[in-house]
Write a protein that binds this ligand. Structure first.
Ligand code: IMP
Ligand code: MG
Length: 369
Protein backbone atom coordinates (compact mmCIF):
# COMPACT_ATOMS: atom_id res chain seq x y z
CA UNK A 1 0.00 0.00 0.00
CA UNK A 2 1.16 3.55 -0.71
CA UNK A 3 0.07 7.03 0.34
CA UNK A 4 0.06 10.03 -1.98
CA UNK A 5 -1.05 13.33 -0.49
CA UNK A 6 -4.10 12.41 1.61
CA UNK A 7 -5.07 9.16 -0.13
CA UNK A 8 -4.09 5.51 0.08
CA UNK A 9 -3.61 3.25 -2.94
CA UNK A 10 -3.21 -0.50 -3.27
CA UNK A 11 -1.28 -2.48 -5.91
CA UNK A 12 -3.50 -3.08 -8.92
CA UNK A 13 -1.65 -3.84 -12.17
CA UNK A 14 1.91 -5.14 -12.00
CA UNK A 15 4.78 -3.97 -14.19
CA UNK A 16 4.74 -7.40 -15.81
CA UNK A 17 1.07 -7.16 -16.77
CA UNK A 18 1.64 -3.69 -18.21
CA UNK A 19 4.57 -4.99 -20.20
CA UNK A 20 2.47 -7.85 -21.62
CA UNK A 21 -0.37 -5.48 -22.54
CA UNK A 22 2.03 -3.14 -24.36
CA UNK A 23 3.56 -6.04 -26.23
CA UNK A 24 0.11 -7.14 -27.41
CA UNK A 25 -0.71 -3.60 -28.53
CA UNK A 26 2.59 -3.20 -30.36
CA UNK A 27 2.21 -6.50 -32.22
CA UNK A 28 -1.40 -5.83 -33.12
CA UNK A 29 -0.71 -2.32 -34.38
CA UNK A 30 2.39 -3.37 -36.32
CA UNK A 31 0.37 -6.01 -38.11
CA UNK A 32 -2.47 -3.59 -39.01
CA UNK A 33 -0.16 -0.83 -40.18
CA UNK A 34 1.63 -3.03 -42.69
CA UNK A 35 4.29 -1.14 -44.65
CA UNK A 36 3.29 2.34 -43.52
CA UNK A 37 5.55 4.32 -41.24
CA UNK A 38 3.12 5.44 -38.55
CA UNK A 39 3.39 8.53 -36.38
CA UNK A 40 2.74 7.72 -32.77
CA UNK A 41 1.41 10.69 -30.86
CA UNK A 42 1.72 10.43 -27.08
CA UNK A 43 -0.64 12.57 -25.03
CA UNK A 44 1.38 14.28 -22.32
CA UNK A 45 1.85 14.17 -19.46
CA UNK A 46 0.32 10.81 -18.62
CA UNK A 47 1.61 8.84 -21.60
CA UNK A 48 5.31 9.65 -21.36
CA UNK A 49 6.23 6.35 -19.77
CA UNK A 50 3.96 4.21 -21.88
CA UNK A 51 5.07 5.90 -25.11
CA UNK A 52 8.69 5.22 -24.31
CA UNK A 53 8.08 1.55 -23.45
CA UNK A 54 5.66 1.06 -26.33
CA UNK A 55 7.91 2.34 -29.11
CA UNK A 56 10.76 0.18 -27.84
CA UNK A 57 8.49 -2.82 -28.38
CA UNK A 58 7.27 -1.60 -31.78
CA UNK A 59 9.01 -3.97 -34.17
CA UNK A 60 9.20 -1.65 -37.22
CA UNK A 61 10.15 1.87 -38.20
CA UNK A 62 8.01 4.63 -36.75
CA UNK A 63 7.94 8.28 -35.75
CA UNK A 64 7.15 9.58 -32.30
CA UNK A 65 5.81 12.94 -31.22
CA UNK A 66 3.75 14.43 -28.42
CA UNK A 67 0.94 16.83 -27.72
CA UNK A 68 0.20 18.10 -24.27
CA UNK A 69 -3.31 18.36 -22.88
CA UNK A 70 -4.58 18.77 -19.34
CA UNK A 71 -7.97 17.95 -17.90
CA UNK A 72 -7.77 16.32 -14.51
CA UNK A 73 -8.13 18.06 -11.18
CA UNK A 74 -7.46 15.83 -8.18
CA UNK A 75 -9.33 12.59 -8.79
CA UNK A 76 -12.01 14.00 -11.16
CA UNK A 77 -11.99 14.51 -14.92
CA UNK A 78 -13.13 17.94 -16.06
CA UNK A 79 -14.87 19.00 -19.28
CA UNK A 80 -12.45 21.80 -19.79
CA UNK A 81 -9.44 20.46 -21.67
CA UNK A 82 -6.48 22.76 -22.00
CA UNK A 83 -4.28 22.53 -25.08
CA UNK A 84 -0.83 23.22 -23.68
CA UNK A 85 1.31 22.05 -26.61
CA UNK A 86 -0.34 21.34 -29.95
CA UNK A 87 0.92 19.65 -33.09
CA UNK A 88 4.30 20.88 -34.19
CA UNK A 89 4.62 19.09 -37.52
CA UNK A 90 2.60 18.56 -40.69
CA UNK A 91 0.85 15.20 -40.62
CA UNK A 92 -0.91 15.41 -43.96
CA UNK A 93 -1.42 11.96 -45.47
CA UNK A 94 0.12 10.16 -42.49
CA UNK A 95 -1.14 7.22 -40.48
CA UNK A 96 -1.47 8.62 -36.97
CA UNK A 97 -1.86 6.53 -33.86
CA UNK A 98 -2.70 8.28 -30.63
CA UNK A 99 -1.12 6.77 -27.53
CA UNK A 100 -3.22 7.44 -24.43
CA UNK A 101 -2.42 6.30 -20.93
CA UNK A 102 -6.05 6.05 -20.01
CA UNK A 103 -9.47 6.77 -21.42
CA UNK A 104 -11.96 7.75 -18.79
CA UNK A 105 -14.88 10.05 -19.74
CA UNK A 106 -13.50 10.53 -23.25
CA UNK A 107 -13.32 14.33 -22.95
CA UNK A 108 -9.63 14.34 -23.74
CA UNK A 109 -10.25 12.12 -26.73
CA UNK A 110 -12.87 14.57 -27.97
CA UNK A 111 -10.24 17.30 -27.89
CA UNK A 112 -7.80 15.04 -29.75
CA UNK A 113 -10.35 14.57 -32.53
CA UNK A 114 -10.89 18.33 -32.67
CA UNK A 115 -7.14 18.86 -33.05
CA UNK A 116 -6.91 16.39 -35.94
CA UNK A 117 -10.09 17.44 -37.73
CA UNK A 118 -8.31 19.72 -40.20
CA UNK A 119 -4.98 17.92 -40.40
CA UNK A 120 -5.89 15.78 -43.44
CA UNK A 121 -4.22 12.69 -42.00
CA UNK A 122 -4.65 9.42 -43.86
CA UNK A 123 -6.05 7.70 -40.80
CA UNK A 124 -6.38 8.44 -37.11
CA UNK A 125 -6.39 5.51 -34.72
CA UNK A 126 -6.69 5.50 -30.96
CA UNK A 127 -4.65 3.22 -28.72
CA UNK A 128 -4.97 3.33 -24.96
CA UNK A 129 -3.27 1.32 -22.27
CA UNK A 130 -6.16 1.61 -19.80
CA UNK A 131 -9.86 2.06 -20.46
CA UNK A 132 -12.71 2.58 -18.01
CA UNK A 133 -15.82 1.42 -19.91
CA UNK A 134 -18.21 2.48 -17.14
CA UNK A 135 -16.93 6.06 -17.27
CA UNK A 136 -16.73 6.48 -21.05
CA UNK A 137 -19.41 8.85 -22.35
CA UNK A 138 -18.41 9.37 -26.00
CA UNK A 139 -18.87 7.44 -29.24
CA UNK A 140 -15.36 7.69 -30.68
CA UNK A 141 -14.03 4.31 -31.63
CA UNK A 142 -11.19 2.95 -29.52
CA UNK A 143 -9.11 0.89 -31.93
CA UNK A 144 -6.64 -0.65 -29.51
CA UNK A 145 -7.30 -1.19 -25.81
CA UNK A 146 -4.69 -2.62 -23.46
CA UNK A 147 -6.51 -3.30 -20.20
CA UNK A 148 -10.12 -2.57 -19.25
CA UNK A 149 -10.47 -1.48 -15.65
CA UNK A 150 -13.33 -0.58 -13.29
CA UNK A 151 -14.27 3.04 -12.77
CA UNK A 152 -11.88 3.73 -9.93
CA UNK A 153 -9.03 6.20 -9.77
CA UNK A 154 -5.57 4.78 -10.46
CA UNK A 155 -2.03 6.11 -10.26
CA UNK A 156 1.40 5.02 -11.42
CA UNK A 157 3.04 4.32 -14.74
CA UNK A 158 2.65 7.92 -15.86
CA UNK A 159 -0.68 8.54 -14.14
CA UNK A 160 -0.72 10.97 -11.26
CA UNK A 161 -2.76 12.11 -8.32
CA UNK A 162 -2.16 15.86 -8.13
CA UNK A 163 1.34 15.52 -9.47
CA UNK A 164 2.43 12.45 -7.52
CA UNK A 165 2.76 8.82 -8.55
CA UNK A 166 3.81 9.18 -12.18
CA UNK A 167 7.18 7.58 -11.56
CA UNK A 168 5.81 4.31 -10.16
CA UNK A 169 6.62 1.37 -12.44
CA UNK A 170 3.30 -0.33 -11.61
CA UNK A 171 -0.28 0.86 -11.23
CA UNK A 172 -2.13 1.36 -7.94
CA UNK A 173 -5.86 1.74 -7.34
CA UNK A 174 -7.44 4.06 -4.82
CA UNK A 175 -8.56 2.33 -1.65
CA UNK A 176 -12.27 2.14 -0.84
CA UNK A 177 -11.81 2.77 2.80
CA UNK A 178 -8.91 4.89 3.85
CA UNK A 179 -6.27 3.68 6.23
CA UNK A 180 -7.65 1.86 9.28
CA UNK A 181 -6.04 0.29 12.30
CA UNK A 182 -7.84 -2.93 13.10
CA UNK A 183 -7.03 -4.88 16.20
CA UNK A 184 -8.09 -8.23 17.54
CA UNK A 185 -7.98 -7.99 21.30
CA UNK A 186 -7.47 -11.11 23.36
CA UNK A 187 -7.08 -11.86 26.99
CA UNK A 188 -8.11 -14.51 29.49
CA UNK A 189 -11.03 -13.80 31.80
CA UNK A 190 -9.94 -11.20 34.33
CA UNK A 191 -7.11 -9.80 32.17
CA UNK A 192 -8.77 -6.37 31.95
CA UNK A 193 -9.69 -6.55 28.29
CA UNK A 194 -12.94 -4.59 28.65
CA UNK A 195 -11.26 -1.83 30.63
CA UNK A 196 -8.40 -1.52 28.16
CA UNK A 197 -10.71 -1.62 25.14
CA UNK A 198 -12.52 1.43 26.58
CA UNK A 199 -9.26 3.39 26.83
CA UNK A 200 -7.93 2.35 23.41
CA UNK A 201 -11.22 3.18 21.76
CA UNK A 202 -11.03 6.74 23.10
CA UNK A 203 -7.34 7.21 22.51
CA UNK A 204 -7.29 5.99 18.89
CA UNK A 205 -10.87 6.78 17.95
CA UNK A 206 -11.61 3.15 17.19
CA UNK A 207 -14.93 1.36 17.19
CA UNK A 208 -15.09 -1.45 19.72
CA UNK A 209 -17.01 -4.45 18.43
CA UNK A 210 -17.67 -7.08 21.03
CA UNK A 211 -19.35 -10.01 19.27
CA UNK A 212 -21.17 -10.92 22.47
CA UNK A 213 -22.62 -7.40 22.72
CA UNK A 214 -23.54 -7.35 19.04
CA UNK A 215 -25.34 -10.69 19.38
CA UNK A 216 -27.22 -9.59 22.45
CA UNK A 217 -28.19 -6.30 20.82
CA UNK A 218 -29.46 -7.99 17.64
CA UNK A 219 -31.39 -10.62 19.54
CA UNK A 220 -32.92 -8.10 21.91
CA UNK A 221 -34.04 -5.92 19.01
CA UNK A 222 -35.26 -8.87 16.95
CA UNK A 223 -33.28 -7.88 13.87
CA UNK A 224 -33.27 -10.41 11.04
CA UNK A 225 -29.77 -11.48 12.01
CA UNK A 226 -30.70 -11.57 15.68
CA UNK A 227 -33.62 -13.90 15.00
CA UNK A 228 -31.45 -16.09 12.85
CA UNK A 229 -28.83 -16.30 15.59
CA UNK A 230 -31.53 -17.02 18.18
CA UNK A 231 -32.86 -19.91 16.11
CA UNK A 232 -29.50 -21.66 16.45
CA UNK A 233 -28.92 -20.78 20.07
CA UNK A 234 -32.40 -21.96 21.09
CA UNK A 235 -31.77 -25.32 19.48
CA UNK A 236 -28.65 -25.53 21.61
CA UNK A 237 -26.31 -25.15 18.64
CA UNK A 238 -23.52 -22.75 17.80
CA UNK A 239 -24.20 -19.77 15.57
CA UNK A 240 -22.58 -20.53 12.18
CA UNK A 241 -19.55 -18.42 11.33
CA UNK A 242 -21.30 -16.90 8.33
CA UNK A 243 -24.06 -15.45 10.51
CA UNK A 244 -21.51 -13.91 12.85
CA UNK A 245 -19.47 -12.58 9.96
CA UNK A 246 -22.57 -11.02 8.37
CA UNK A 247 -23.29 -9.35 11.67
CA UNK A 248 -19.73 -8.02 11.92
CA UNK A 249 -19.91 -6.88 8.32
CA UNK A 250 -23.03 -4.86 9.10
CA UNK A 251 -21.26 -3.28 12.10
CA UNK A 252 -18.20 -2.43 10.01
CA UNK A 253 -20.39 -0.90 7.30
CA UNK A 254 -22.34 1.10 9.87
CA UNK A 255 -19.04 2.71 10.86
CA UNK A 256 -17.53 3.10 7.40
CA UNK A 257 -15.53 6.21 8.26
CA UNK A 258 -14.05 4.81 11.47
CA UNK A 259 -10.31 4.98 12.08
CA UNK A 260 -10.48 1.28 12.71
CA UNK A 261 -11.97 -1.44 14.87
CA UNK A 262 -11.21 -3.39 18.00
CA UNK A 263 -12.58 -6.90 17.58
CA UNK A 264 -13.33 -8.51 20.90
CA UNK A 265 -14.60 -12.07 21.23
CA UNK A 266 -13.97 -12.85 17.60
CA UNK A 267 -12.35 -14.74 15.92
CA UNK A 268 -12.36 -17.92 17.96
CA UNK A 269 -11.32 -20.39 15.28
CA UNK A 270 -9.02 -20.47 12.27
CA UNK A 271 -12.03 -20.48 9.96
CA UNK A 272 -13.34 -17.35 11.67
CA UNK A 273 -9.93 -15.68 11.47
CA UNK A 274 -9.88 -16.39 7.75
CA UNK A 275 -13.41 -15.07 7.34
CA UNK A 276 -12.40 -11.90 9.20
CA UNK A 277 -9.38 -11.48 6.92
CA UNK A 278 -11.70 -11.77 3.92
CA UNK A 279 -14.13 -9.26 5.36
CA UNK A 280 -11.28 -6.81 5.93
CA UNK A 281 -9.94 -7.46 2.46
CA UNK A 282 -13.33 -6.70 0.91
CA UNK A 283 -13.08 -3.33 2.66
CA UNK A 284 -9.59 -2.76 1.26
CA UNK A 285 -8.25 -3.15 4.76
CA UNK A 286 -6.68 -5.72 7.06
CA UNK A 287 -6.23 -6.87 10.62
CA UNK A 288 -3.08 -5.10 11.76
CA UNK A 289 -2.48 -6.92 15.00
CA UNK A 290 -3.71 -9.45 17.48
CA UNK A 291 -2.92 -8.09 20.90
CA UNK A 292 -3.13 -10.50 23.80
CA UNK A 293 -3.05 -9.40 27.42
CA UNK A 294 -0.87 -11.86 29.26
CA UNK A 295 -1.58 -12.43 32.92
CA UNK A 296 -0.36 -15.25 35.09
CA UNK A 297 -3.08 -17.77 36.02
CA UNK A 298 -2.65 -17.28 39.77
CA UNK A 299 -3.08 -13.52 39.40
CA UNK A 300 -6.21 -14.07 37.30
CA UNK A 301 -7.71 -16.42 39.85
CA UNK A 302 -7.05 -13.94 42.64
CA UNK A 303 -8.50 -11.03 40.61
CA UNK A 304 -11.64 -12.92 39.65
CA UNK A 305 -12.29 -14.20 43.16
CA UNK A 306 -11.89 -10.62 44.37
CA UNK A 307 -14.32 -9.40 41.70
CA UNK A 308 -16.72 -12.21 42.60
CA UNK A 309 -17.06 -10.85 46.12
CA UNK A 310 -18.71 -7.67 44.77
CA UNK A 311 -19.89 -8.45 41.21
CA UNK A 312 -22.33 -11.17 42.17
CA UNK A 313 -21.31 -13.06 39.01
CA UNK A 314 -21.67 -16.74 39.78
CA UNK A 315 -18.83 -17.70 37.46
CA UNK A 316 -16.50 -15.43 39.44
CA UNK A 317 -17.18 -17.16 42.75
CA UNK A 318 -15.85 -20.67 42.32
CA UNK A 319 -12.13 -21.26 41.93
CA UNK A 320 -12.58 -24.49 39.94
CA UNK A 321 -14.94 -22.73 37.52
CA UNK A 322 -12.49 -19.86 37.14
CA UNK A 323 -9.58 -22.21 36.44
CA UNK A 324 -11.64 -24.01 33.85
CA UNK A 325 -12.58 -20.74 32.12
CA UNK A 326 -8.91 -19.82 31.93
CA UNK A 327 -8.05 -23.25 30.53
CA UNK A 328 -10.79 -22.96 27.90
CA UNK A 329 -9.39 -19.59 26.90
CA UNK A 330 -5.90 -20.98 26.34
CA UNK A 331 -7.23 -24.04 24.53
CA UNK A 332 -9.24 -21.80 22.22
CA UNK A 333 -6.73 -19.08 21.58
CA UNK A 334 -3.60 -21.18 21.13
CA UNK A 335 -4.63 -21.83 17.50
CA UNK A 336 -5.22 -18.15 16.90
CA UNK A 337 -1.93 -17.24 18.44
CA UNK A 338 -0.36 -19.50 15.81
CA UNK A 339 -2.52 -18.04 13.07
CA UNK A 340 -1.51 -14.45 13.79
CA UNK A 341 2.10 -15.33 14.65
CA UNK A 342 2.43 -16.85 11.18
CA UNK A 343 1.39 -13.46 9.77
CA UNK A 344 3.76 -11.69 12.14
CA UNK A 345 0.83 -9.98 13.83
CA UNK A 346 0.81 -11.48 17.30
CA UNK A 347 1.73 -9.15 20.15
CA UNK A 348 1.71 -10.37 23.74
CA UNK A 349 1.46 -7.57 26.29
CA UNK A 350 2.11 -7.91 29.99
CA UNK A 351 -1.28 -7.40 31.64
CA UNK A 352 -0.06 -7.07 35.22
CA UNK A 353 0.28 -3.57 36.68
CA UNK A 354 -1.76 -0.41 36.96
CA UNK A 355 -4.44 0.30 34.35
CA UNK A 356 -2.42 3.27 33.05
CA UNK A 357 0.77 1.21 32.74
CA UNK A 358 -1.03 -1.46 30.76
CA UNK A 359 -2.70 1.11 28.47
CA UNK A 360 0.75 2.55 27.86
CA UNK A 361 2.18 -0.86 26.96
CA UNK A 362 -0.70 -1.46 24.55
CA UNK A 363 -0.22 1.98 23.02
CA UNK A 364 3.44 1.14 22.52
CA UNK A 365 2.41 -1.75 20.29
CA UNK A 366 -0.29 0.17 18.42
CA UNK A 367 1.89 3.22 17.77
CA UNK A 368 4.43 1.01 16.04
CA UNK A 369 1.92 -0.59 13.65
P1 IMP B 1 -10.88 11.65 -19.90
O1 IMP B 1 -10.71 12.97 -20.57
O2 IMP B 1 -11.95 11.71 -18.81
O3 IMP B 1 -11.07 10.47 -20.82
O4 IMP B 1 -9.57 11.39 -19.08
C1 IMP B 1 -8.37 11.27 -19.70
C2 IMP B 1 -7.25 11.84 -18.87
O5 IMP B 1 -7.62 12.01 -17.53
C3 IMP B 1 -6.10 10.89 -18.89
O6 IMP B 1 -5.23 11.17 -19.94
C4 IMP B 1 -5.47 11.12 -17.55
O7 IMP B 1 -4.55 12.17 -17.62
C5 IMP B 1 -6.61 11.51 -16.68
N1 IMP B 1 -7.17 10.36 -15.94
C6 IMP B 1 -8.31 9.67 -16.17
N2 IMP B 1 -8.50 8.69 -15.29
C7 IMP B 1 -7.44 8.72 -14.45
C8 IMP B 1 -7.07 7.92 -13.32
O8 IMP B 1 -7.72 6.96 -12.87
N3 IMP B 1 -5.90 8.27 -12.71
C9 IMP B 1 -5.13 9.31 -13.14
N4 IMP B 1 -5.45 10.07 -14.19
C10 IMP B 1 -6.60 9.78 -14.85
MG1 MG C 1 -3.50 11.98 -20.08
Amino acid sequence: MIKLHDKYFKPFVSAKEIDAALQRLADEIAEDVGDEIPVFVGILNGSFMLTSDFVKKYPKTCEVTFIKLASYEGVKSTEDIQRLIGLTQDLTGRTVIILEDIIDTGNTLHEVHRIFKNENVKSLKIATLFYKPEAYKKDFKLHYVGIEIPNKFIVGYGLDYDGLGRNLPEVYQIKETQHMTNLVLFGPPGAGKGTQAEFLKEKYNLVHISTGDVFRYNMKNDTALGMLAKSYIEKGGLVPDQVTIDMLKAEVEKNADANGFIFDGFPRTNAQAEALDQLMDSKDSQINAMIALEVDDEVLVKRLLERGKTSGRKDDADEAVIRNRIKVYYDETAILKDYYTAQDKYHGVDGVGSIEDITERLSGVIDKL
